[in-house]
Design a protein around this ligand. Structure first.
Ligand code: C5P
Length: 397
């Protein structure tokens, strides 16, 4: 684990302690800036290992050497990861022990960025993050919050220790969903009308992506099939990008078999029957074009159909603007899925594109089958749903 500089570095002590509680050995590498925030003494005591700090240290090189340091592990975690170390990783700069290990390693790498919101949103940092993501580096997304060193709010806060721990243990195979396969749909679909226009909707994909991330952190081998969204691919998840409902269905079928499927995508019910090959132009008559629509496949219904490829647990979403529970209960029956997560997307609910959600988990039609959850962040809804899924699969097997 590489601890780089930043006020959040103190949180790495809790992360290390709790990883060790779960039987995961942590070998710490501390950067010079990191040592301004945590002492090698406390890091060494918490990890129970030697703290590696210098590239040109004769004793360190004699004991293990930076190349072996870069090989003898299952995972390299950088937490917190500063803008500086992320930039060095993106550019391949190796000017200290941490960056040299990162360049020399062929192990999976995960980073948990933490920095001032302006530094995080800077075009340079975002470009570096794109490079790192493309290289397959797992990103434990920073959260939004008050920054410790100023009164600024924004994205850049180190992920919560429990998220970092969950991601690591899920990756290392210690989670409750270890050995399970999960399929998640997310985002809107775009149904093309012609080469430049489409029918879409306001789904941001935040809830579906959070669920895919949560399931992966619980150890599930997770496939996320997503329509077009402005979100990064979640760490540790196989993400398949599609546009239309038909493509989404095909990708979901490829994602089977699965033990659990969560359909959180806002799939367009209709598409134009004949997609125009060229851009549709005004014809000068003042008459609008008319379109014939055809029904899209219902992915949730199709996955829920009885058969030996049906996932054991299928969860749909019901975005409703009125009589939320009743509509969701009848939707559960109509689709043939096992659970429905009902949410209110009426104007003013803040659900579409927002970071919170008020949901009701519907597992049946009796009063006790319906749970009303309080307003939670989408990340917390995902975590709680992940726990419910794990519990249900544990009971079923
Ligand atoms: O019918 P409605 O769109 O309200 O149902 C919502 C649920 O059905 C969601 O889980 C959504 O992902 C799923 N769905 C689907 N394919 C469709 C339409 C909806 O999987 N064509």
């Amino acid at each position: 684990m590489i601890v780089s500089g930043g006020i959040a570095a103190y949180k790495c002590l809790e992360v290390i302690r709790r990883l060790r509680d779960q039987g995961i050995a942590v070998r710490p590498i501390l950067t010079r800036a990191g040592a301004q925030f945590v002492t090698p003494l406390s890091l060494g005591a918490i990890s129970g290992d030697k703290v590696y700090q210098e590239l040109f240290s004769l004793t360190d090189e004699h004991e293990i050497g930076h190349i072996r340091l870069a090989r003898d592990a299952d995972l390299v975690l950088v937490a917190p990861a500063t803008a500086n170390i992320l930039a060095k990783m993106a550019q391949g700069i190796a000017d200290d022990l941490a960056s040299t290990v990162l360049l020399a390693t062929d192990l999976p790498v995960m980073v948990a960025p933490a920095m001032n919101p302006l530094m995080w949103s800077h075009a340079a940092t975002q470009a570096n993050m794109r490079i790192l993501r493309e290289r397959g580096i797992g990103v434990i997304e920073p959260g939004e919050g008050e920054m410790a060193e100023s009164n600024e709010r924004g994205i850049g806060r180190l992920a919560e220790p429990e998220d970092i721990i969950g991601t690591v243990t899920g990756f290392l195979g210690g989670g409750r969903l270890k050995g399970r396969r999960a399929l998640v749909t997310s985002g809107p679909t775009h149904e093309d009308i012609d080469p430049v226009r489409y029918i879409g909707n306001h789904s941001s994909g935040k809830q579906g992506h959070a669920i895919a991330g949560a399931l992966a952190r619980l150890g599930a081998e997770t496939t996320l099939v997503t329509g077009p969204v402005q979100l990064p691919d979640p760490a540790g998840v196989t993400t398949v990008h599609v546009r239309s409902a038909q493509e989404m269905l095909a990708a979901c079928e490829q994602g089977l078999p699965a033990d659990v499927a969560v359909c959180a995508a806002a799939v367009a019910d209709w598409r134009v029957a004949e997609r125009a090959a060229e851009k549709i132009k005004k014809d000068g008559t003042g008459q609008p074009p008319s379109f014939r629509f055809t029904e899209n496949p219902d992915i949730l219904k199709s996955l829920s159909a009885p058969g030996n490829r049906r996932p054991g647990l299928i969860i749909g979403f019901a975005a409703e603007t009125q009589t939320v529970i009743e509509n969701a209960v009848s939707k559960r029956r109509a689709k043939g899925c096992d659970w429905i997560v009902a949410n209110d997307v009426s104007a003013g609910s803040g659900t579409f594109g927002g970071d919170t959600n008020i949901v009701h988990l519907i597992r049946g039609e009796g009063e006790t089958d319906i749970e009303h959850w309080p307003r939670l962040s989408k990340a917390d809804v995902a975590r709680r749903l992940g726990d419910e899924i794990a519990a249900a699969l544990e009971t079923a097997s």
